[in-house]
Each structure stands twice: as structure tokens, then as C-alpha cells.
Design a protein. Sequence first.
Length: 579
Amino acid sequence: MKRCLSSKLVNLYIAGDCTNDEHRKVESHIAECETCRNKVESLRANRAVYDSAVKTVGIEETSKEIRPNQAESPTRSIPGISGFLPDTDIITKSGELAFENYEILEELPRGGQAVVYKANHIPTKTKVAIKVLLPSLLASARARYYFEREVELIARLDHPSIVKIRDSGIIRGQYYFVMEYIPGEPLDRYVNLQNLSFRKRVILFNKICTAVTYAHQQGIMHRDLKYGNIIIDERGEPHILDFGLAKVIDLSEQAGKDAMVTMTGQWAGSLSNMSPEQAAGKPDLIDVRTDVYSLGIILYHMLTGTYPYDITGSTLEVLQTIQTAEPIRPRQTIRKFDSDVEAILLTALAKERTQRYQSAADLLSDIENWLQGRPIRVRSISTVYLLRKIISQHRYASAVMGLLLLIVLSFSYVSFDLYVTAKKAQKESEVIAQQWADEAARIFTLSRQFSFTRFLQAWYDGRTKEAKWTASFLAKGSKEQKGAMFLLDPKPLIEKEADFHRVFSGKSAWFADFIIGENLLKNGNKKEAFAAYQRSCQGIQQLPQGEKSDFDKFVDGKVKARLYELETADRPVENGLYN
């Protein structure tokens, strides 16, 4: 059997840069080899889509390598190479020899930047997935940078619904990393095969939203959330993968004007799930609300089986539709569609970022409110937003109706004012004031949680300067401020522990145990840290429910998370999955 064509030769053939002899060789080979023929057709189709986008949207393809600034680049998790590019693919007929201790079983669906292999880890006899950067991209510093960055970003995430990395490196000059293999189905296929009820689909989406919220809290946004990047395992649990386009929140990208196009000439993200700011080619506007929009697309499709607007046509037409077309209200196609879920969807899919949920956590909160039968927060906001859109589309008719409405409202107000008593007006004012006070308290609690979480992460990672800077924003005299000062104190734990316990005596002793547990855990004393966390957990459980603040509940969650981490650290791995 003839040997298949190398990726380098195929790319030269597609680009029209090969010699006459090479051209005849390729033509002769693909006439007999179906595998190489499909590979050539796939690459040719991808290039045609890109060329069309470049021509119609005006995106310029850069010929220069992108060399990330050292100060902005993440720490390299894969050592670099220089001047060594393999002439053939890393996986050959003797694929089992390419990766030490791994036996290649089959190739999984190939993407534009990498190929993924299902493999067997020989020492443990468990399945893994090995992602390998395409050999044709090794000459691109930008391709290697994004591949390395994906390794680092996934390594920072530790969540049961996010696929974990086990190993990474370079072999025969080829970049690769090893992930846990998730046997299961893509989200759309799973939903259809299981014929899930409306509520079960929302419950499944809630788990996905929880994982995305966790990633955002760790400072990472995905930017390519779609069905194919969410696998549902045999237990019905979701797993998010492919962080190749992920971005660190508040850190600038190293791409310039071509930031919306990857090094392979494909769109950065799936066209059907793009947000308006992505479709407009405005990378400076991309933030966590971009992932919120993609989550809205996913939930809309899960519940209706369709997209919120027409995504057929040329690339340019689809991009314009995403930017301008308002989503179709689900109740226009499904008469008995839940009105609260519709409000959630329309808020997540708002064209203006300021009108969307401002974070995945806000979206998650309303999904959980609906599942628990509680009122959602965006019902009125969505109504106002839709009314504003209708008015902007029918200005003349809206002006006439607005004038009539103003007359009616003015008459109604005068009549109402004659009958309203001062006591009732005062009561209404108190209700409004209380609502504002509750909202202010909620925002303050969220601020406390964010600042304290950021401090703990910086302190635990050894970024002392950043930790001190973050601690300066903590409320003076608060629990978290005292805890931060204790952790930043360079004295040995034995010298400062007793004084710290006296500061948090009585009902607040549980917080001191939590902080001491953090100190012990960072220093590697897992056994003593576990005992401290247990004391903290028991202490907060003894508090009367009415005396627990939202911040106390937040810290309680962190304590339980630490206990779970320590309890499961050495637990055997389930068959087929890596923890």
C-alpha cells in the first residue's frame, strides 16, 4: 500500500505552490487514495470559506509571524523548539511508538489547528485523548503560542465539568498534550437521543452554565462555546473541552487587526454561535458577555431545536444577520413556551452587551431561580428592552401612540393622585427604598466575594505584590481584611496562630480555622489543613440560619470545596475517566 501524502505537500498543492512533478504526484495519489482525497477536499473547502470572508468583509491575512510579548504571554508549559520541523505527520503506521506509554487507537474528528487521537495509556490501561498541533502549523509562532496557551489555561481549571489535562510536551518536534478521554455524545446528539423533557434540558444547561461561571471566576473565558465542544458522558454529566480560543480576562490578545481569524484561515469560533461583537470583528469588545451570548444560543437551540435567526446564506450574510437580526421569540413558534425562560433567553441574546446578563453567574442565578420556582430578575428588563426595539423600528406610529398614551397616563395620574393618601405614597417609597437597599447589599456582597477570591488566588500562587494590592481594597476591619493581613504576615504559624484565634473568638472562630487551613494547605500540611477545615465547617453549621450573612455562606462554600478536594485527592480513578 502506498504511503499517504505528507501534510506539507498537501498544503503546497492547495496553495498552488508545488512543482509540476509534485502536482502530478498528488493528482495521481488522490485518484487512488480516498483518505488523502477527502483531506484535500476538506482543506480546499476551508480555504475557500476563508478567501470569501477576506474578500467580502475586508479581513487582511498577515504574512508575519505573531511573536507574543514576553510580559503578556503566559508561562510556557511546553518547551520551545527552533529550526526543527518534521516532514511527515507524527502518527504513522507504527503509531504506538510515537508516544511513550501510549497506544494510538484511532483518530477523532480533526479540527483546523490540531488533530486528536484516542489512545490507551498502557501502564494504567485507561483511555485518554491526545491533541497534536498540525505539522503544517509548526512554522507559525502564533500557532504554537495558542497551543501552549490552551495547555496552561486548562491546567488552571479544576472543575468536574471541564476536561482536565494529564500531560504535555514535544515529541519529534511536534507539540502535543494529553487529556482525559470522555466517552459520550456531543450535546445536541445527546439531547435528541435521550428525548429529554423541557425541565431536564434546563437542568443539563444549568450544569454547563455552572462550569462556564467557574471558568470566568478563574479569569478565563472560552469564546467558542458550541455543541461540539460540550460532551455528555454516560452518566448524563456535561464536560466542556477545546479551550484553544480561550482568553484570559482583562489581558489583551497578541493578535492585531486579524484577531477574528486563526492562523489556519478559519473563523475564531463557530459562525452560528458568534456574538454580534465577534461577527463585527471587534475583539476589543469581547468579554464574559460574549460567552453569555453563546450560552443563550445553546439554550435556545436545546429548547426549540432551531437558531434564534436564520443562519443560512453566504458568510457575509450570516455575519450581518448576527449583528442586526432580532432573535425570534420562542412563543412565536412554540405557543406554550414558558414565559420566564423566554425572558431569560432574550436577555442572554440581547444585541447590546449592556442589555445582556453581565456575567455567566447572573445567567446562572436566574436559571436556578426558575428551577426553584422563584421569581426571575430580568422579566421586566426584557419587556422594556423589547418595547424599545419595537419603538425604534416604528418611529412614526410609536410617536402617535406615545402621544395618546401620554394623554391617557396624564389623566390617569391626576385622577389617581386625587385618591392616593399620603400614607400609601410613603409606604410605596419605603418599598422602593428597600429594593434599592437590597440591591446595593447584593452588589456589595458580590464585590467582597470577588476581591477576597482574587486575593486568595494571588496569595496562593505566590504573587505577593498582587495579593497586597488586592488586600488594600478589602473593607477595613472586615473578616476578610483581617484574614488577609494574617496570611501576608511572614511570621511562622506557631507565633501568630494564638493571637489570631483570640481576634475571632466565639461565633467567628470558624473563620479563623478556615484562614489557618489555607495557610497550612499552602505549606503542604494537608492533614492539619483538613482538620482545620473540618473545624471551620462544623463551626459555621452551628450558627443560626438567620445569623449567616451572604459572605459567610460564600466562605462556607469554599470550606466545603477544600474538604472535597482533600478527600478526593488520593481516591482511585473511575474506569474510563481521569480526575
